[in-house]
Design a binder for this molecule. Structure first.
Ligand code: PMP
Length: 409
């Protein structure tokens, strides 16, 4: 039995959600990775793959184990990553984030995306002394967000994934405080805000994700939040630093009141930040929001090194070029294979789906066949600085072979 199968058998007893391995079955993707570097990743049985999927759920934008980031991280580890008070990188990172976002004056750190969006909501509620939140998209597994499922079961199904709409394990008492609206539908947001005048603390949304903003949409959201006295929060956990060195809101000319970053800011090391206007950020002094590891030193060191490299190397240009090439390649390969596909998303967050009666089955086969050819691939392609033109060319050639096979299946 391979090391991967053995680990999976043990994991199926200890880690909920991991199934027993089927004898002789090689899954579409390796479950256990031993090592990753640049664009490559090796499983525990020594097989090598080029990661043309999400490279660590969108965190390793510079490629796995980027040398500059790792050097800063190793230094932080050697210097003792957890002190009893702040460390200089906390200030350096705060300056960097505020210089890149001139509308923001202050910064507060956490370590996960959900921590930081929840912190932003807590700050907004404290500042406004209100409770309701209008949201669009996925923002957190925490109760303030998931409780939306109690009031409107399709709210979570639509924005997270089908099956979680009943918000199991989340108290019903908070139900109704988080109210969903659709992206690109400013009049729906207006109705939501108007239905409860003076009760909305915040409007939170991603500036962009799978769909591009229609002209005027983001500006109207800004206007509505201001009109209703709600704090506008840009959730940049996913899109931040992929369209330019900073939040995607900068690319669309919108100034929120708070913005939340994680994932891309620290190239695979846990880190997140809320940035914002001074008066609002100071409101957090009236509430208790703190977690021990929010002051450890590896995250800020990684973030400073990562962000400096984004600025210096114009990494976003590279991401756009690779993402555009893959999106065009998906369309061309599908056309040649006679397969119907849908291609969505900004180029740095590209998304592929099959237009078919059973699209999930086709995606499973696609992932399995691509893994056989040495690629981690699926419905998402998040470009990294480590992806070369050759990686893209070879990946698209393999994709086309699999598309032909899928057409015939
Ligand atoms: N906001 C957005 C837009 C996200 O995509 C995610 C996670 N993918 C989160 C918040 C939560 O971040 P985390 O998984 O780090 O808690």
């Amino acid at each position: 039995m391979s090391t991967g199968h053995d680990l999976q058998r043990r994991a199926s007893r200890r880690l909920p959600g991991i199934p027993e391995p089927e004898p002789g079955h090689v899954g579409p993707r390796p479950l256990f990775i031993a090592r990753s570097k640049g664009a490559e990743t090796w499983d525990v049985d020594g097989r090598r793959y080029v990661d043309m999927s999400t490279s660590g759920t969108g965190c390793n934008v510079l490629g796995f184990a980027d040398p500059e980031v790792e050097e800063a991280v190793v230094r932080a580890v050697h210097d003792g990553p957890m002190a009893s008070v702040l460390q200089p990188a906390d200030v350096e990172l705060a300056d960097l984030l505020c210089e890149l976002h001139p509308w923001a004056d202050m910064v507060r750190y956490a370590r996960a995306g959900s921590d930081a969006t929840s912190l932003a909501i807590r700050i907004a509620r404290t500042y406004t002394n209100r409770e309701r939140v209008a949201f669009c998209g996925y923002h957190s597994w925490h109760d303030w967000y998931m409780s939306a499922g109690h009031a409107q079961p399709d709210a979570i199904d639509r924005f997270l994934q089908p099956g979680f709409g009943d918000a199991a394990g989340v108290p019903r008492a908070a139900g109704g405080l988080a109210v969903p609206f659709h992206y690109n539908d400013a009049s729906e947001l207006e109705q939501v805000l108007r239905a409860s005048p003076g009760r909305f603390a915040a409007v939170i949304l991603e500036p962009v994700r799978n769909t591009l903003p229609e002209p005027g949409f983001l500006a109207r959201v800004r206007e509505l939040a201001s009109e209703h006295g709600a704090v506008l929060i840009a959730d940049e956990v996913m899109a931040g630093f992929r369209l330019g060195p900073g939040g995607a809101h900068l690319a669309y000319g919108i100034e929120p009141d708070l913005a939340v970053f994680s994932k891309a800011i620290s190239n695979g090391h846990p880190m997140s930040a809320v940035i914002g206007r001074e008066a609002i950020m100071r409101a957090q002094l009236r509430t208790f929001a703190y977690s021990t590891y929010w002051i450890e030193g590896v995250g800020p060191a990684a973030a400073v090194a990562t962000i400096k490299k984004y600025v210096r190397e114009r990494v976003h240009d590279h991401l756009r070029a690779r993402g555009e090439a893959v999106q065009a390649g998906w369309r061309a390969a599908a056309a040649r294979a006679g397969l119907a596909v849908k291609v969505e998303g900004i180029p740095p967050l590209s998304r592929l789906s099959f237009v078919h009666d059973d699209p999930a089955r086709l995606m499973d086969i696609y992932g399995a066949r691509m893994a056989e050819q040495g690629f981690l691939a699926g419905e998402r392609y998040y470009p990294t600085l480590a992806h070369t033109e050759d990686h893209v060319r070879d990946y698209l050639a393999a994709t086309e072979r699999v598309f032909h096979e899928l057409r015939a299946s």
